[in-house]
Structures are given as C-alpha cells and as structure tokens.
Design a protein around this ligand. Sequence first.
Ligand code: F6P
Length: 319
Amino acid sequence: MTIGVLTSGGDAPGMNAAIRAVVRAGLCQGWRVLGIERGYAGLLSGDVREMTSKGVSEVIGRGGTILYTARSEELMTLGGQARAAANCRDMGLDALVVIGGDGSFRGACSLADLGIPVIGIPGTIDLDIACTDYTIGFDTAVNTAMEAIDKIRDTSSSHERCSIVEVMGRSAGYIALYCGISTGAEDILLPENWKDDVQGLIHSVLEGRKSGKKHNLIINAEGVGHSAELAEKIEAATGVESRATILGYLQRGGSPTCRDRIMATRMGVHAVKLIAAGQTGRVVAYKNDDIVDFEIHEALAMQKHIGESWLTMLPLLKR
Ligand code: F6P
C-alpha cells in the first residue's frame, strides 16, 4: 500500500502533528507514505517526497506545515481534477489524506468522484467545517489572538481609548466570538449577524463611558471588516480616541497548543485506521468528545451556525 498526505488552503498550527500521525501510523501498517508538497498544486506538478519516521520527528510542536500549502485554482477546473486524479494513479496512491478546510475538502470530493480514495482531516483556524465540533489550529489561533488582545487592552486602558481589534474569519465568527468573550470585549462583531449598526456601537461606547468605563474594546471579525473606518466613525461621534488593529497572519502561526497537538494526532491516526479498514471517501470529525467520520458528500452538505446560547449570552456580559 502507498498513501499520500498533503496540506491545503490556509495553514493551521497542528497540521504538522497531523502529518506526523498519518506518517507514523501509516508506516506502522507497513505502508509507504508519500508527502505531497504545496497541496493540490504539488499533486498536479508531481512535487512528492518519501516520508520517513525520522523525517517527522520534532515536528509535533512546530507551527505551519512542513509540506507547505497552497490554494490551487487549477483543481477547481474539471481538467485540473482529471489531471490530479491521473497523477494519483501514476504515483500508485491507494489513498490520499487531505488536511485542510472546506475548500480543500471540495477538491477532495471531486477526486473521490473520479474514483480516488480520499480521507479529509479538518485543519483550519476558522472552526467553520460543519461536520465537526473541532478543527485543527483553532485553539492555538484563539489563544494567540487572546494574548495579543490582552496587550492591546493594556495600552487602550492607559490611553483611555476605544480599540477595535480585527481577527481572522472571513465568513465565520468563531475566532471573534472566542476572543471577544475571553478578553471581556464590550462588543463582538460577527459576519453571521452584523447589520451595519454603527450607531449601536457608538451608543455602546457612550453608555460604557457613562457607566464609568475608561476604555472600550470591540472585537471585529475579518468578514465584517472596515475596522479603521469604524474607528474613525466612533471617534468622530463620541470624541473618544479610537484605534484599529488588524491582527492578521500572526493568528495562523506559532507552536500548536496541547489541544491542537492531541486533536491532530487523534485525527491523523483515525484517518489511517479508516484506510486500513477500506473506508475512504470520508471526513474525520470530532463529535461528543470522540473522533468519528462522515461520508464526504454528506459532510460537505452539512451546515453550521453559531448557537443561540452563544448569541443570547453576549448582551448579559456587557454591563
Ligand atoms: O485560514 C483561514 C483564514 O485565516 C480565513 O479566516 C481568512 O479569510 C483566510 O484564511 C485568508 O488566508 P489567505 O490570505 O492565506 O488566503
């Protein structure tokens, strides 16, 4: 047996721990494990290397991905998908493990439709894959962002300012939600429910000041955006000095937390177990404190929303 493993889309801390688990558990089965570089781009260009046990030693604590990653436009075309599937066959791959987010799984799904045995492992800091309660990288990302926001709060407090901090999450607000709650932010703007209510924010800053608050903290998700503009509007309307900070890519880097290393390891081993059992075309997931798996088409058709209990909790923490 020969299996391939690749990382695709935005990198996430813990991807290396997942690669390591797939490689080590695969080698334990007596299989050959090939690492495909730069995600689907490497699958198309044939950038492949032999993975060894020693080659993945000391990577469990390293951020980023040793296999590199990319977003491949070509894999979105039918021609690219056919070429990628042909390359899998030429390489003699009996299965392909894809570590990545939703977009990467859509690529994997198209390969599955062309007869390639695939397994998806959810790796994205965004926590936005519907079939799973956890995605590799989220815990590290929110802890990194939380620490940065705590520091911004210090200076915001010294200067009695209003700080708007923008965190990642183009279409999902989980990072903003966790960072906002864990740093005690007054307002959290989520792409899921933002209604362009700038007046509401202005009111909130003024009310905060009236109740004796010396500074204000607003966590904004990337999907809402316009942080600098919001800061300008708040300052103009309230007279409170306001500053915007975009945390950006620092949220994707850094040594993975214990949770990410453990989750990545469990998911990687589960992927190998599935292949060994002849079960492919599946996505590994975390549900009810267990590692489970779903058929890939079903997994992609699932929807995920921030639960009501989260949203109803937020106003209760404001005053
Ligand atoms: O990893 C997910 C994510 O961080 C999103 O929140 C963000 O929109 C996107 O990646 C940006 O990544 P890139 O600029 O690498 O495409």
